[in-house]
Ligand binder design. Sequence first.
Ligand code: DI6
Ligand code: FE
Length: 412
Amino acid sequence: MKPVINEFPSADGLWSGIRLATDANVEGAIVVAQGAIRWVGARSALPAEFAGLKPHDGGGALVTPGLVDCHTHLVYGGQRANEFAMRLAGATYEEVAKAGGGIVSSVRATREADEDTLFAQAAPRLEQLLADGVCAIEIKSGYGLSLEHERKQLRVARRLGEAYGVTVRTTFLGAHALPPEYAGRANGSGDYIDLVCNEMLPALAAEGLVDAVDVFCERIAFSLAETEQVFKVAKALGLPVKLHAEQLSDMGGAALAARYGALSCDHIEHLSAEGIEAMRRSGTVAVLLPGAYYTLRDTHLPPIAALRAAGVPMAVSTDHNPGTSPALSLLLMVNMACTLFRLTVPEALDGVTVHAARALGLQDTHGAIAPGMPANFVLWNVREAAELAYWFGQQPVRAVVRQGRIAIGGNA
Ligand code: DI6
Ligand code: FE
């Protein structure tokens, strides 16, 4: 496949006729040079040296930093609409999993697909997310559950980043579910975690395929002790960790993750006060996933007020996956984070920019428009920032500058 990125024109030059979301009442300007932000501020304050650069007219659009989707399982085979029907008929997520559906059914489909097939299936999903202004995305493994098939997923994730010129952070989630071939064994879970720790993770890290390490710590997945076993290996390899924590129950996962300096703890519907305090101390980001909450018709809200009071940064993400969050719009998650979780609009927008970048360790290159950072910003056809949370199902993108190139709206 030829890389899509080669078709994108350079964004270098002077962007005016825009309003920066940080000060939307005055005309703003952004200077892009060699793909990076050179200057940003009010048009009236633009230094004369930049006035003659190649003009890009924003037509009055509102501008925010490029969005960051910091938690996705984007690469997998098949889909699971049948389980949606089962749940509508009354089955719970845990019952579906016990009936042979759930993660393991995506594992079967992922193992059967080759790299090109997985790429072809994930590419249109990525394109939909990018159409909402996403400039950086995390993609987890976890539907391969063997060295060969986890490698395949991670390689596809890397290829997607290269083809679309989007920043992709890969996360190894080998400890997502027990693979079927271990399920009947006496010490299946322990044996599989040994394989994850002793073979899969070291090999994939050595191949440069792993930017971070995650575990599904839950009563239907892996225990606290197994999670720590994986974290120890990650630490020895110098890789940051993150955790699917307290989604269905309070396992104490967040406190453990915080002890390992985790970048983020994700889901956290059942997060305890101790977990919040541990995350505050370690600077761990709380990643809120309203799409999974909505799909599972969960009623146990994450402790938003306590996180806010503690000053724990909150990110918002799609958790795109075929089981619990087949979401293809990060803006819709912004709306849901406000409506379901009662985030304020500025909190939700910070949640898909600056805090999401931090949840990936990308705070120096993404989530803000600042001199020296790569140019990642979005021009929106809206009057005010609140409209990005208020409308749902709208596609208000006018143009996207991604990694210094005009990826959408190339005539700007
Ligand atoms: N938590 C989730 O919500 C997804 N994975 C996880 O660890 C669900 C993944 C799936 O059902 O396929
Ligand atoms: Fe997830």
